[in-house]
Design a protein around this ligand. Sequence first.
Ligand code: NAD
Length: 258
Amino acid sequence: MSQKTLEGKVGLVFGVANKRSIAWGIAKAWADAGARLIFNYQGERLKENVEELAATFGSETPVAACDVTRDEDIGKFFEFVREKTGRVDLLLHSVAFAPKEALEGNFLDTSREAFRIAHDISAYSLVAVSRAAVPLMNAGGSIVTMSYYGAAKVVPHYNVMGVAKAALEASVRYLAYDLGPKKIRVNAISAGPVNTLAARGISGFSAMLSHYEAHAPLKRNITLEELGATGVFLASDGAAGITGQILYADSGYSVMGM
Ligand SMILES: NC(=O)c1ccc[n+]([C@@H]2O[C@H](COP(=O)([O-])OP(=O)(O)OC[C@H]3O[C@@H](n4cnc5c(N)ncnc54)[C@H](O)[C@@H]3O)[C@@H](O)[C@H]2O)c1
């Protein structure tokens, strides 16, 4: 029998809220490819959900709290990881948030506080969790985060989240430079719209789904399974020469000029 692509790897998964989460799609694919996983959950509200989902990989699958806005949570989460395993090979960062009022109306009206929160949770957290993971990634590895086209082009209502995604994408490049000598690769998947909890916070989100269906070269939206496969690719040796990149998994939408 051929060896699975991620056999023997340990992966940390940040960002499962429920079974529609992109993090869950990628986690399933990583597990199918042979990786052992450790999950975070944001807070008590999501604990049961994440524990239940993680248990589908065996009741022993480690799960621990980590609100990425809190340095003490990040510290405790990585202590927990260290107790469970001596190594980390993969890190999925699939976390974002902006206050709802900032995702409707005009970007011009973004408050200082909404700007701060969006950047803290959606961009800085990649830097914070990567820094905590690196001491455990002694054999090199792959860090993957999730972005969206609103980082590069104006998407009405995406507003401050687009600006935070631009910071996230620039962070991917700077982290790739810092971590390259340690054989740790850092990349983002820029996904087309997927109907998740976070996405439903964006005003006009269902119109976005139909717009992609009508205008993307593939004439459809992407699936969680496809994002999972892209996540496995970036985590695997198949992507050994790829770092600092933003890889579009969007049915080709972003190549269109009209
Ligand atoms: N759904 C889409 O259309 C789409 C498209 C492109 C990119 N993305 C990105 O994919 C990623 C995952 O989002 P999703 O669509 O799967 O939605 P989701 O709601 O399922 O996941 C978002 C996750 O972020 C977590 N989170 C928010 N604030 C947090 C905090 N302070 N600490 C820890 N965790 C926190 C939530 O708990 C949740 O698990 C996000 O970065 C999102 O911007 C989504």
